[in-house]
Design a protein around this ligand. Structure first.
Ligand SMILES: [Zn+2]
Length: 160
């Protein structure tokens, strides 16, 4: 194990470990607002660190981690399943505000009224509460569009 330079080596990542990277997959996630931390990070973790980042890697088991070092919050500890961290689940919600599942997004991706259109419309009329309903703390629309894009891209590139 190499000696740490400025960053304690407690994560086991060595000198080139990104202090803002996920302790498990190493990818840099994104910071979440305090209300998201309050809503989804178990209290025991909150006593250790005031701020948390969300790991965006779908297949990584880490949901939240404190920047630098500290114990991550695993997906299994989240109070709700979330589609962004469950790439093989059809039933995990992708849009938490309006309860739209990954399966629904996939099924409607190539239709006249894809889920992203519904989310965009309902955001305008009903508003959304992604910061406290979506573990990522971000607007679900980006996640919905990403799944739709992957879906339609796959379809057009595959000869059936
Ligand atoms: Zn990760």
């Amino acid at each position: 194990m190499s000696s740490p330079t400025g960053h304690p080596d407690c994560c086991g990542g060595g000198d080139d470990h990104d202090p803002l990277g996920c302790p498990l997959c190493g990818q840099r996630g994104h910071g979440v607002p305090p209300e998201t931390v309050d809503a989804f990070v178990p209290e025991a973790h909150r006593e250790e660190s005031g701020s948390f980042w969300f790991c965006d890697t779908p297949e990584c088991a880490v949901a939240f981690y404190p920047p630098g070092c500290g114990a991550p919050v695993f997906v299994s500890e989240l109070p709700v399943p979330t589609g962004v961290k469950a790439p093989f689940s059809d039933t995990a919600p992708l849009c938490h505000c309006f309860g739209i599942t990954r399966g629904e997004v996939v099924a409607r991706a190539a239709s006249d009224h894809p889920a992203s259109a519904e989310v965009a419309e309902r955001m305008k009329s009903e508003g959304c509460a992604c910061a406290i309903k979506n573990p990522t703390g971000q607007c679900c629309l980006g996640d919905v569009r990403a799944v739709e894009g992957a879906q339609t891209g796959q379809k057009s590139g595959t000869v059936q």
